[in-house]
Ligand binder design. Structure first.
Ligand SMILES: *[C@@H]1O[C@H](CO)[C@@H](O)[C@H](O)[C@H]1NC(C)=O
Ligand SMILES: *[C@@H]1O[C@H](CO)[C@@H](O)[C@H](O)[C@H]1NC(C)=O
Length: 304
C-alpha cells in the first residue's frame, strides 16, 4: 500500500475511526474502585495494597483505584488501624469519597480484613456517592472473639491488645481507643456487647433497626464475602460470611441464615439474599492469601 492510499484510507474512513477511537478514548466505562486496608497495614504498602492496586490497574485498563489512607501519613494510617475510633474513621472515609470528583457516578469497594466491615459501614451510612458492589475480603461482619495471631511484625502491640480485649473490651475508654475492641463480640456477654459496642453493634442493628442502614445497604448491586478456609488470624472464621457463635455459649456456630439478624431481617440481608445479591466465596488459604489467578477468576468479574 502506498502512503497516499493509506492516507486516503484513513481519511476516507474518518467518521468510522472517530467512532472507534471516540469510544475507546473519550469515555471511561470502568467503575472506580475504592480499597480499605486491614489491621497493621496501610494504603500504600507495596507488598499489600500497593501491589493489589497495581494488579487491578493492569487487569482493568483505565480504572481509577483509590486506596484509602486514614491520616496524614502512612505511619499514621497504620497506627490508626489499631487506635483510632472506627466511627470517626468511617466519617473520614465518607468525607474523602464525597469530595472525589472521580467517584461522583459511583464506585465499587473492596475491603481487606477489618476494612471489609468498615466499608460496609460506609455503604450503610454514606449513600453518596453510591457504592455499587461491596467486596469483603476476609472481613469480620459479626466481629471476632479471640485474636489468635496478628499479621506482620506487630506482635508486641498484638499481645497487649489481646490482653485488653480479654479483660475490658467493653470499657468505654477501650472502646473509644482500640479499634479491635470496636468489633469485639463476646457471645457469653451479648448484653454487654449490645449496649457497649460503639461500632459493630450499631452497624449490625443490635440496639434497634435503623431503616436508613437497611435501605442504603440494599441499594448495593452485590455484596460479595470472601472467606479464607485456612484462616489462622480471624476467630471465628465464619464471621467472614456473617456467621458467628450462637449467643450464650462459645462452641456452636450459626450461619447468617440461622441468625436473628437474618430471620428478622433487621439489616435487609435476607431480602438481598433472595434477590441474589449476596455472594459467598471461599479461598483455600490463610488470611488474605490468594493467588492472582484466584483473584482474576473470582473477584475481577465484579470490577469490570
Ligand atoms: C478516566 O480514567 C482515567 C484513568 O484513571 C482518569 O485519569 C480520568 O480522570 C478518568 N476520566 C473521567 C472523566 O473520569
Ligand atoms: C440512622 O443512620 C443514619 C445514617 O448514618 C443516621 O443519620 C441516623 O441518625 C440514624 N438514626 C438513628 C435513629 O440512629
Amino acid at each position: 500500500m502506498t502512503p497516499s492510499s493509506l492516507l486516503h484510507l484513513l481519511f476516507g474512513a474518518g467518521p468510522l475511526l472517530l467512532v472507534i477511537f471516540g469510544s475507546a478514548w473519550g469515555s471511561n466505562t470502568t467503575t472506580p474502585l475504592v480499597m480499605w486496608h486491614g489491621m497493621g497495614d496501610s494504603c500504600c504498602n507495596p507488598l499489600s495494597m500497593g501491589s493489589i492496586k497495581k494488579m487491578v490497574e493492569e487487569e482493568v485498563p483505565g480504572i481509577y483505584v483509590l486506596s484509602l489512607e486514614i491520616g496524614e501519613t502512612i505511619i499514621q494510617d497504620m497506627e490508626n488501624s489499631f487506635f483510632m475510633d472506627v466511627n470517626a474513621q468511617v466519617a473520614l472515609a465518607c468525607n474523602q469519597l464525597s469530595q472525589d470528583p472521580k467517584l461522583k457516578e459511583g464506585y465499587n469497594a473492596m475491603g481487606f480484613s477489618q476494612g471489609g466491615q468498615f466499608l460496609r459501614a460506609v455503604a450503610q451510612r454514606c449513600p453518596s456517592p453510591p457504592m455499587k458492589t461491596l467486596i469483603s475480603v476476609g472481613g469480620q461482619h459479626q466481629g471476632v472473639y479471640g485474636l489468635p495471631r496478628c499479621p506482620g511484625e506487630s506482635s508486641i502491640i498484638c499481645n497487649w491488645i489481646r490482653k485488653k480485649l480479654n479483660s475490658e473490651a467493653y470499657a468505654d475508654f477501650v472502646q473509644k481507643h482500640l479499634v479491635q475492641a470496636q468489633y469485639w463480640h463476646d457471645p457469653l456477654n451479648e448484653d454487654l456487647y449490645r449496649t457497649h459496642s460503639l461500632f459493630l453493634a450499631d452497624i449490625n442493628q443490635e440496639r434497634g433497626v435503623n431503616e436508613t442502614y437497611k435501605k442504603n445497604l440494599q441499594s448495593l448491586d452485590k455484596f460479595v464475602m470472601v472467606k479464607f478456609l485456612q484462616d489462622h488470624i480471624v476467630d471465628p472464621v465464619d464471621t467472614e460470611w456473617f456467621g458467628f457463635l450462637k449467643p450464650g455459649q462459645a462452641k456452636e456456630m450459626e450461619t447468617l441464615q440461622e441468625s436473628t439478624l437474618y430471620t428478622e431481617d433487621r439489616l435487609g440481608l435476607a431480602e438481598m439474599d433472595k434477590a441474589g445479591k449476596l455472594v459467598f466465596l471461599a479461598s483455600d488459604g490463610d488470611h488474605l492469601q490468594f493467588t492472582r489467578e484466584w483473584f482474576n477468576a473470582n473477584l475481577l468479574p465484579y470490577l469490570r
